[in-house]
Design a protein around this ligand. Sequence first.
Ligand SMILES: Cc1cc2nc3c(=O)[nH]c(=O)nc-3n(C[C@H](O)[C@H](O)[C@H](O)COP(=O)(O)O)c2cc1C
Length: 361
Amino acid sequence: MNSSFASRLGIEHPLIQAPMSGSTPPALVAAVSDAGGLGSLGAGYLEPQGILEQAAQVCALGDRPYAINLFVLPDEFEADMAAVAEARAQLDALMVREGLDVRTHLPARWAPRFSEQFAALCEARPAAASFAFGVISPAQLRELRQRDIYVIGTATTVAEARAWAEAGADAVCVQGAEAGGHRGTFLHAAEDAMIGLFALLPLTVRALAGSIPVIAAGGIMDGRGMLAAEILGAAASQLGTAFLTCPESSAAEAWKQDLPRVEEHQVTTIRGFSGRAARGLRNRFVEAMPDAVQGLPYPVLNALTAPLRRAAAAAGRGDLLSEWCGQAAGLVRPQPAAELVARLMHEYRLARRALAHSQTG
Ligand SMILES: Cc1cc2nc3c(=O)[nH]c(=O)nc-3n(C[C@H](O)[C@H](O)[C@H](O)COP(=O)(O)O)c2cc1C
């Protein structure tokens, strides 16, 4: 793959462990970075103090480059409190029916303030910062530049990739429709931005015409997938679901156990956990999702369901938590992160050699 991307960041392999808020603790990030990839701390749900603490833990575990990822959102949110009350009543009733001893409550704030998270990211000064759900401002870009932080934007369409390139990002990560977790979409309706990686990647590479590197995300689970992305023009691959089953990941045990058994037709787009389109397993909660939650926006619904998901995880109820995963989840290989990085790179080299051989043979 494009060695200039890796060398610019000071990493050995053009392989990024995707930021996955709630599932990518410092131990996973440090293990991937130590193994030569770029570990990413998914910090979208963390308050500024949490970002600083987790960044310090990554640094204490190793001195390799790593990334911090945030969701670009307004600082304040208005909520329709009548709709919130109705959703809470229905969610609480669902928990009673499912026998889970937990109820919704109103949080002090719907989400951490982005401007404060951003300030913490600047203070932590990781090698790279990646962003989803929007584009940062010119002033924010300048702040990152001043600290020599490499900026990666997330795009789910060519227009979004262009927006990041015009904003001055150093690289753009295209998130194919296969990808697990929240859609990064910010210029379109989520259902219009479900572009498969095999279409989105070469379209974006052509549109950006080499101005900035393009990173591929969505459904990449092994070294063959990484090579396929490279052939389509990717400078690096970003894998999320593949790292969820690592022992270092903080994904709930029930979720880790479900992933190897996932069949692709069970993986769907879900709004009912957070108010934003996200890809995950169609489980009991998704099937039973109350009507009243459907209209609530992100991050309001996300904040309401957070305690329910935490309780489901603690009770081992995978059927009631948000089991985010990409369409290729059934290809996960549970193993320590450093082993997975080594295995991915070994497979990538083998696939490359096999392709070269088939072309000369
Ligand atoms: C559990 C989970 C949580 C995620 N959280 C984030 C996040 O916090 N920020 C982000 O930019 N992307 C997030 N993503 C999306 C990933 O960055 C990436 O696009 C996706 O994992 C790639 O598809 P794959 O899971 O098929 O490898 C998440 C994905 C998963 C599976």
